[in-house]
Design a protein around this ligand. Structure first.
Ligand code: NAD
Ligand code: RM4
Length: 254
């Protein structure tokens, strides 16, 4: 049964990068955080250890979200153990950098299943539980500036990020009458394992730094404050919003 009276937050893909920062921050804000990863890896254990070290509460929630049956099992476990979910952050994502002419059907399917389909079915499962328990829940998609801009090696990835915004808008309409908000957060370039190889090329890093207004690449904690705010009760009137956290990259024309 429910091992905690705290509101329960699931952060998908929280063994590294932005997800790990969001998990730590939501725990610091008083949530019991479900740290999701594909397997019980060192990163997931490190996220949970950091939560506990800071006096927070959480547990591992292992599931490969590209697998629909794993999503169903994950939510069945959440129902059984907690009987509630208050916050869902659809953060898990992949971006295999590929030139447009090299992208295979397998790249397309893997990217869409992870970034978009998993988010849809996690949202559907979370929303069912929120509606049943009359929880004024919060659903937040970690989309991207790539929903609004193209990228030379991201022609398969950009549509998944645009789709996330469209999906949150649709769910905002469906779930608003239940007091559930659905929003999208659009990071610019944030230093994480997803882009470590790309940013290790000095010219790529310089180009991206120059594209921002502030002149530097963001860190995962730069995204955490906004997500924590959207998860709070005081954010109840913000829904169907898409908010950039990009150091001004979108408005900066070189
Ligand atoms: P990351 O690689 O550190 O994090 C992605 C996480 O998703 C990893 O922990 C990975 O294990 C997990 N994941 C991947 N497939 C999964 C699956 N099938 N099931 C469960 N977990 C899975 O990179 P990140 O930059 O922290 O990415 C987090 C999100 O932020 C992604 O959706 C990404 O598109 C988005 N984003 C990142 C940037 C950036 O510049 N870093 C910018 C905009 C948006
Ligand atoms: C983002 C954006 C960033 C890149 C990540 C992987 O949406 O394009 O520049 O680092 O994707």
């Amino acid at each position: 049964m429910n091992p905690t009276d705290k509101p329960v937050a699931l952060v998908t893909g929280s063994s590294s990068g932005i997800g790990a920062a969001l998990a730590r921050r939501l725990a610091a804000e008083g949530h019991h955080v479900l740290v999701n990863a594909r397997s019980e890896n060192a990163g997931a254990r490190a996220t949970l250890a950091a939560i506990h070290a800071a006096g927070g509460s959480g547990e591992l929630a292992i599931a490969d979200l590209a697998d629909l049956s794993a999503i169903r099992t994950l939510f069945a476990t959440i129902r059984q153990r907690h009987g509630r979910i208050d916050v869902l952050v659809n953060n898990a994502g992949i971006c295999p950098f590929r030139e447009w002419h090299e992208i295979t059907p397998e790249d397309w399917d893997q990217t869409h299943h992870t970034n978009l389909r998993a988010g849809f079915f996690c949202t559907q499962e979370a929303a069912k539980l929120m509606v049943e328990t009359k929880t004024a829940g919060r659903i937040i998609a970690i989309s991207s500036i790539s929903a609004l801009k193209g990228g030379t090696v991201q022609a398969h990835y950009c549509p998944t990020k645009g789709g996330q915004i469209s999906m949150m808008n649709a769910f905002a309409v469906c779930l608003g009458p239940h007091g559930i908000t659905c929003n999208s957060v659009l990071p610019g370039t944030i230093e994480t394992p997803i882009n470590a190889d790309y940013l290790s090329v000095a010219q790529n890093r310089l180009n991206l730094e120059r594209q921002t207004c502030v002149g530097y690449i963001g860190l995962p904690d730069d995204v955490a404050g906004l997500v924590a705010f959207l998860a709070r009760p005081e954010a109840r009137y913000i829904t169907g919003a898409a908010i950039l956290v990009d150091g001004g990259e979108f408005v900066h024309h070189l």
